[in-house]
Design a protein around this ligand. Structure first.
Ligand code: UD1
Ligand code: UDP
Length: 380
């Protein structure tokens, strides 16, 4: 009889895939477990990019993504299809990551079958119901039904303790995104790779130009917020023609439409609106950037590794460690505030230098090993 415990890893979006890659790798190396991977494919192209980079071959692909999908459809489709997957797979544990709708639906499906749940990147909080939306509530609901909460930092652990979660269910591991980042940094060290990347990213040819790397996709900023972000970038690009503003635009139509309308290349030769980059190219570009302007969760956790100052286009963050360490600043989605903060970093070297800290408060690259060690002890 096969005594190996079966673990079903479920995810659906780009960041979840990046953050689960090292967990899957370590699980596959561990003889105690049989691992299966299920992707809802809540994202398609952006998820497939990550699967290719980390050579992940899912056992189940639910392929649910549709253009401009809403939360109801993603939740309902995931839940119904995950029922079938879990009935077939019969796992001893379901592992989910973060706070996406896939994360919530997978945890809920596991709970309905009374299958134990492990939550990677647990404990992040803003305590603002609608920011980020719907992620704050997704992750809080997942906490309620999780058996193993793998928290990245002490701050996250304390959040859960304050909420009454038993300390026996909380494990500080660091964030697995740092594991992924270290893997990629190792893989792209060779000079040949750098020549290849340079060819793919033609704006890098203008070596004298500083690069401002931009990303944005949060639901709570759709509409007015995105308009402000784009207007701020337009003003910055006009005020600083000696900088290149590089924006790999998220494929969500609610992002694509305002970004492409307000920041068209013809009027702004130093603004590069490009397709989402695969993780390797994106990591390379982070290394080349002078500063990063983003609302992304994952990028807040990565920028510190490269000592890149980061301006967070949100009013509140569940990742206060970077702000506390002085490497990140919250600038909201206010046009003037974004413009002023960015201008200051571009013109005041002292302020800039103070934000350059080459220490990552979110992890040391060994999170997945810790998670698997804990699971071996507890499930083995
Ligand atoms: C989702 C997550 C968010 C996470 C983000 C990471 C939810 C509710 N939101 O937001 O927490 O921070 O992913 O990027 O779980 N699209 C494509 N191709 C892709 C991906 C997206 O075309 O590969 C387009 C589709 O039109 C899709 C839309 O983007 O309908 C929205 O995707 P969705 O996953 O619902 O929301 P995100 O904003 O990507
Ligand atoms: N990323 C990427 N290509 C891009 C933009 C981002 O690979 O063009 C990576 C980034 O390095 C980080 C993750 O995607 O690891 C963040 O994804 P996103 O901002 O979409 O989601 P969030 O982290 O906010 O949930």
């Amino acid at each position: 009889m096969n005594k190996r415990k079966k673990i079903l890893v479920v995810f659906g979006t780009r960041p979840d895939a990046i953050k689960m890659a090292s967990v899957i790798k370590q699980l596959n190396l561990c003889p105690d477990f049989k691992t299966q991977v299920c992707i809802t494919a809540q994202h398609r192209q952006m998820l497939d990019q990550v699967l290719r980079i980390f050579n992940i071959k899912p056992d189940y692909d639910l392929d649910i993504m549709r253009k401009n999908q809403d939360l109801f459809v993603v939740t309902a489709k995931s839940l119904l299809q995950l029922k079938k997957v879990m009935l077939k797979s019969k796992p001893n544990l379901v592992l989910v990551q973060g706070d996406t709708t896939t994360t919530f639906a997978a945890a809920l499906a596991a709970f309905y079958f009374k299958i134990p749940i492990g939550h990677v990147e647990a404990g992040l909080r803003t305590y603002d119901k609608y920011s980020p939306y719907p992620e704050e509530i997704n992750r809080r609901l997942v906490t309620e039904i999780s058996d193993f909460n793998f928290v990245p930092t002490t701050w996250a652990k304390n959040n859960l303790l304050k909420e009454g979660i038993s300390k026996n269910k909380i494990f500080i591991t660091g964030n697995t995104v740092v594991d992924a980042l270290h893997d990629i940094v190792r893989a792209i060290k060779s000079p040949d790779k750098k020549i290849e990347f340079g060819k793919k990213l033609d704006f890098l040819k203008k070596k004298d130009k500083r690069i401002i790397l931009i990303t944005g996709h949060r639901r709570e900023s759709f509409g007015e917020g995105f308009r402000n972000i784009c207007l701020a970038i337009r003003e910055l690009a006009t005020a600083f023609p000696e900088c290149n503003f590089v924006y790999p635009v998220h494929l969500n139509p609610n992002v694509q439409t305002p970004v492409r309308r307000i920041l068209s290349r013809k009027q702004l030769p130093n603004v590069y609106l490009i397709e989402p980059l695969d993780y390797i190219l994106f990591v390379y570009l982070m290394q080349k950037a002078y500063l990063i302007l983003t609302d992304s969760g994952g990028i807040q956790e990565e920028a510190g590794t490269f000592g890149k100052p980061i301006l967070v286009m949100r009013n509140i963050t569940e990742r206060p460690e970077g702000v506390k360490a002085g490497m990140a600043k919250l600038v909201g989605v206010n046009k003037e505030k974004i413009f002023r903060a960015c201008k200051q970093l571009l013109t005041d070297k002292d302020v800039y230098d103070k934000m350059v800290k080459r220490k990552n408060p979110y992890g040391d690259g060994k999170a997945a090993k810790r998670i698997i060690g804990i699971l071996r002890k507890k499930l083995g």
